[in-house]
Design a protein around this ligand. Structure first.
Ligand SMILES: [Zn+2]
Length: 262
C-alpha cells in the first residue's frame, strides 16, 4: 500500500462569482474597530481569496451526498454504522462525514480516493490537491468588497438587528488550480470526470456561508486540462494538453470534449 505517482493531471480555470461570496475569516484576526464578519484575506496581500480547503470540503460533501443516495436504504443517512458514519466533530456537536475504514476499501471508493481518508486502520492520502484560488490579475481589489447588512428580526418585538457582513461582490473572478495524482490508470477517467461533475454540482449549490440566503453562487470556466506523465518529469516526454481554451468553457462542455482523451 505504498503510494506511487504515474503522473499528474492539472485542471486550471476561473471561478466567477454570480452572487456575493462570504467565506469568513478567523475571528481572532479581527482588528479593533474592524467589521465583525470579515471575509478571509491573504495576510500578505490583504486580498480576498478562496481557500483550497473550502473548495475541497464542499466538493467532498457533495460527492458524499450523491453516493449516499446510491446506498441501500438501511445504510443511508448519518450515524454510526451508516455510509456517512464517521464523526469528526464532538459528541454534542457532531459533524458526520463518509470515511472508509481501511486502505483497500478507500481505493475502491470514489470519495475517499479523491479526497482521502485518515481512519484508525490505515490512511489513504487524497489524490487531489486543491490550491487556494487567488484573484485574477485584472481584478481591482479595492472594488470587490462590499458591506452587506444582514437583518435578524426579533419574533416577539419585531425589532431588527442589522449585522454588517463583508462579502466579495458578484462578477469577481478567481483563478483555481486542481491537481490530480494518477496512481492507477484504471481510476483516472472516473476520478477526473467526477471532479468536473462536482464543479457542475457546486454551481447549483453554493460556496462559503449563507448559501440559503443567496450567497455563494459561482460559475466555473475551465481553461486548461493538462496531463503530465512520470516520464514528463523524470524523462523527456512531452506533456499532453488534453483541453485548452483561453476564454474558458463550462464544466459540462469540457466533460464532452475530454471524455475520449483520458
Ligand atoms: Zn470511502
Amino acid at each position: 500500500m505504498s503510494e506511487i505517482i504515474l503522473g499528474k493531471v492539472i485542471i486550471r480555470g476561473k471561478i466567477r462569482l454570480k452572487t456575493g461570496l462570504h467565506i469568513g475569516a478567523q475571528t481572532e484576526a479581527i482588528e479593533i474597530g474592524g467589521i465583525d464578519n470579515p471575509v478571509i484575506k491573504d495576510p500578505l496581500t490583504g486580498k480576498p481569496y478562496i481557500p483550497g480547503s473550502s473548495l475541497k470540503g464542499k466538493m467532498r460533501s457533495l460527492l458524499e451526498k450523491a453516493k449516499n443516495a446510491e446506498q441501500p436504504e438501511d445504510m443511508r443517512g448519518a450515524g454510526d454504522g451508516k455510509y456517512i458514519g464517521r464523526n469528526i466533530g464532538t459528541a454534542n456537536n457532531p459533524i458526520w462525514i463518509h470515511s472508509c475504514e481501511d486502505y483497500n476499501k478507500a481505493k475502491g471508493c470514489e470519495v475517499c480516493r479523491l479526497f482521502g481518508t485518515s481512519s484508525k486502520g490505515s490512511n489513504f492520502p487524497a489524490r487531489t490537491i486543491f490550491r487556494d484560488a487567488h484573484l485574477c490579475d485584472n481584478q481591482n481589489p479595492d472594488e470587490i468588497i462590499e458591506i452587506k447588512y444582514e437583518t435578524g428580526i426579533d419574533r416577539i418585538t419585531s425589532a431588527a438587528n442589522p449585522r454588517p457582513m463583508e462579502r466579495v461582490v458578484p462578477g469577481t473572478e478567481f483563478e483555481f488550480e486542481i491537481v490530480y495524482n494518477v496512481e492507477d490508470e484504471n481510476d483516472k477517467k472516473t476520478d477526473l470526470e467526477n471532479l468536473i461533475k462536482l464543479m457542475k454540482m457546486l454551481e447549483d449549490d453554493y460556496l462559503g456561508g449563507s448559501g440559503s440566503r443567496g450567497y455563494g453562487k459561482v460559475e466555473f470556466a475551465i481553461t486548461e486540462v493538462v496531463e503530465r506523465s512520470r516520464d514528463y518529469y523524470l524523462g523527456s516526454a512531452d506533456q499532453n494538453l488534453v483541453f485548452s481554451d483561453e476564454e474558458g468553457k463550462r464544466p459540462e462542455e469540457v466533460l464532452l470534449e475530454i471524455s475520449g482523451k483520458l
